[in-house]
Design a protein around this ligand. Structure first.
Ligand code: WT7
Length: 672
């Protein structure tokens, strides 16, 4: 038996006893029903929500996953109309949750915190929806959002949803170039941001970045007409104390285009009639990296996404009415969309919204926040866990974490060592860990264990969520049944699957459905063990996962070759103890290029500016030549071996010039 499979952890009775799904048998019954009778399974869930036009059972669920049979499509609840903001807010207020706290906001500085009830959130959303309407935003228009973790971010998304505008939130760690590219792609005319935000001791001037992005858009002939700016810095405590007034911060504001949120929102009316949306009308788009380098605008629609975010949240976190839930992900990622905003609010949950970092003011900030709000479900990423494991155990032990019941992990495979630390030190061997595998594209969790139902295996994602049918395929598209390893694909859609890539349905079909006709292809590999557990083994394409941020090698390579000193670049992932993977770049110089510290500095700065700080390479190696096939394809498999100094490179017979491999081994830089 492989050693990893020897470790099995049964859910603690205190977790399984009252869980929604409390045994494997119960899971199997529900799972079976979800596949055999989706109309009944999802229909019962849908009845908890409001439908302005009722659900038509004849059009409940239709799809085509086979390109040879026509265009790929997925439709759930076609014909029904609803509004997500109405379901998340008005419906909950009507059901008696008006005074319930929707969010505890915890600022970067521990002195800054506030709360927002469901009733108040509804009022604020209506106000901002009215403001957007007054600026000409209509149903179907895209609104670009570049926001920190503040309550106005949630308000903005829901205000868009209320009037049927499509929000396109870009993580506020992306550079102005990346942001401009995304604004241009979705042609947003309205942008919502904040002046800036403190992250630990660092100040991020968000409005400046937006200004640069808007200048770039104008040069391409696209003008953002309205930019609404939350004045945030003046209401929070700077890391060393004191506040920053609008005067000292001098945020640049352009007359006619830029307006302070605080100057217009408070005057707006607190009621706004919702726009009734077709089930398949777009709700939002969110960009994710594509292997060609150009970001993909993943599009999610209304009814299916609502059902799926709501249902996964309820069962995977086993959320009960008095629980306090905390997801540390930024709203800029899909995790933030589904499990900071839509999923929790659909369940009338109380969440913590945290603006800061795990390391400020001390390395125990996460644990002190768990203790402060008596958090019962805590959801974070393996990279965060690994970065906190380095510190003294006492930083965890000194806080009372007894309120915790479910611990979540997301973004990349969690290594068993980190899993054990999370389980023992944070969870005191009483909490269930849910290792949730999913993607921007899947809308919500697709593989995980349920906290009260199944035993856990460190490093295994587990089993499919309701409605999800995973299949493992070999290179020739043959199904691998039972134990084995292969391409992870899905044979039918669940309600939360993306519907298209914005403005590019061809690319959607090509990227996800062309490799194996009849299946949605995740781009990940997985293995199934003897007990049926699925273990995700990582990307099978040219993608990198650095601290949970997915990016393509092509994207980084094209940015490197923009430098006049670089003729060619090849980027591979190298394992990293904290980040999971880091970037190892090979560059071939141009005739005028000189490989020195200045070049390295310039390349690093350039990547920060063009993509974002998270894409900064750890190693850049001077490569007079690259291992290529006779047809000119770079063999990244060999570069990955060089990156880890593993001489077991395998077959090099297809290389045009194999001597380059030895040269690259010998000239690995000192920091590699
Ligand atoms: C890719 C998707 C899902 C929200 C955050 C990332 C990897 C994600 C896991 C996990 C192993 C995982 C996959 C996937 N991934 N979660 N629990 N175990 N791998 O969303 O940026 O769309 O990235 O992240 O490689 O394809 P994303």
């Amino acid at each position: 038996m492989p050693s990893e499979e020897a470790h099995i952890f049964v859910p603690h009775p205190s977790v399984s006893k009252n869980a929604f799904v409390s045994s494997s048998t119960q899971y199997q019954q529900m799972y079976k029903k979800s596949l055999e009778n989706p109309e009944e399974f999802w229909g019962e869930i849908a009845r908890q929500f409001h439908w302005e036009t009722p659900i038509d059972n004849n059009r409940f669920f239709r799809y085509n996953f086979d390109m040879t049979k026509g265009p790929i499509f997925t439709k759930w609840l076609d014909g029904a109309t609803t509004n997500i903001a109405y379901n998340l807010l008005d419906r909950n207020v009507r059901n008696g949750h008006g005074d319930k706290v929707a969010y505890y906001w915890e600022g970067n500085h521990p002195d800054d915190y506030s709360r927002l009830t469901y009733k108040k959130l509804l009022e604020e959303v209506c106000r901002f929806a009215n403001v957007l309407k007054s600026r000409g935003v209509q149903k179907g228009d895209r609104v670009a959002v570049y926001m920190p973790m503040i309550l106005e971010a949630v308000i903005t998304l829901l205000a868009c949803a209320r009037i049927g505008a499509v929000h396109s939130l870009v993580f506020a760690g992306f550079s102005s170039d990346s942001f401009a590219e995304r604004i241009l792609d979705c042609e947003a005319r309205v942008l919502v941001t904040a002046d800036g935000v403190w992250r630990g001791e660092k100040l991020l001037q968000l409005k400046n970045i937006c200004d640069q992005a808007m200048i770039k858009c104008s040069k391409e002939g696209h003008n953002v007409e309205t930019c609404i700016v939350v004045s945030h810095l003046e209401r929070v405590t700077a890391p060393k104390g004191g506040v920053m007034s609008r005067q000292t911060n001098k945020t640049p504001m352009t007359d006619g285009r830029d307006i302070w949120w605080q100057d217009i929102v408070p005057q707006a009316s607190t009621s706004c009639y919702p726009e009734w949306m077709q089930a398949e009308d777009p709700l939002f788009m969110l960009y994710t990296s594509g292997s060609t380098g150009k970001p993909k605008g993943v599009l999610h629609t209304t009814a299916g996404y609502l059902l799926y975010a709501a249902t996964t949240f309820k069962y995977v976190f086993d959320y009960k009415p008095n629980d306090v839930y905390w997801c540390t992900a930024d709203v800029g990622w899909i995790t933030g969309h589904s499990y900071v905003v839509y999923g929790p609010l659909a369940n009338a949950a109380t969440s913590v919204l945290f603006e800061g970092t795990p390391f400020f003011p001390g390395n125990d900030r996460f644990w002190s926040v768990v203790d402060k709000y008596k958090v019962s479900q805590f959801y974070t990423a393996p990279t965060a866990i690994r970065s906190l494991m380095k510190f003294d155990d006492d930083l965890v032990a000194r806080h009372n974490l007894s309120s915790l019941r479910v611990l979540g992990s997301v973004g990349e495979p969690i290594n068993p060592e980190a899993w054990m630390w999370y389980y023992k030190l944070v969870g005191h061997e009483k909490c269930s860990i849910v290792d949730t595998f999913w993607q921007t594209e899947t809308g919500g969790h697709v593989l995980t264990t349920l906290p009260g139902a199944q035993p856990m295996k460190p490093g295994a994602a587990g089993f499919p969520f309701f409605g999800v049918e995973p299949v493992l395929l070999d290179e020739n598209g043959r199904e691998i049944k039972g134990e084995g390893e292969g391409y992870l694909v899905f044979s039918k859609p669940w309600p939360g699957l993306m519907r298209t890539l914005y403005g590019n349905h061809d690319r959607y079909e090509l990227t996800y459905f062309s490799k194996f006709p009849g299946y949605y292809c995740t781009g990940d590999g997985a293995k199934r063990d003897a007990d049926g557990y699925l273990w995700v083994t990582g990307r099978v394409d040219d993608m990198l996962n650095v601290s949970g941020h997915l990016m393509s090698t092509a994207e980084v390579e094209s940015v490197l070759t923009e430098h006049h000193g670089v003729a060619e670049a090849a980027v591979v992932a190298k394992p990293h103890p904290v980040k999971g993977e880091c970037l190892y770049c090979f560059i071939t110089l141009t005739e005028t290029g000189i490989f020195d510290d200045q070049l390295l500095r310039e390349l690093k700065t350039h990547i920060r500016e063009r993509i974002g700080p998270f894409a900064q390479p750890d190693v850049i190696q001077n490569a007079p030549g690259l291992p290529k096939t006779r047809s000119g394809k770079i063999m990244r498999r060999i570069l990955r071996k060089i990156a880890v100094n593993d001489r077991d490179v395998g077959d090099v017979s297809t290389l045009a010039d194999s001597s380059v491999v030895e040269l690259l081994f010998q000239t690995r830089p000192a920091n590699a």
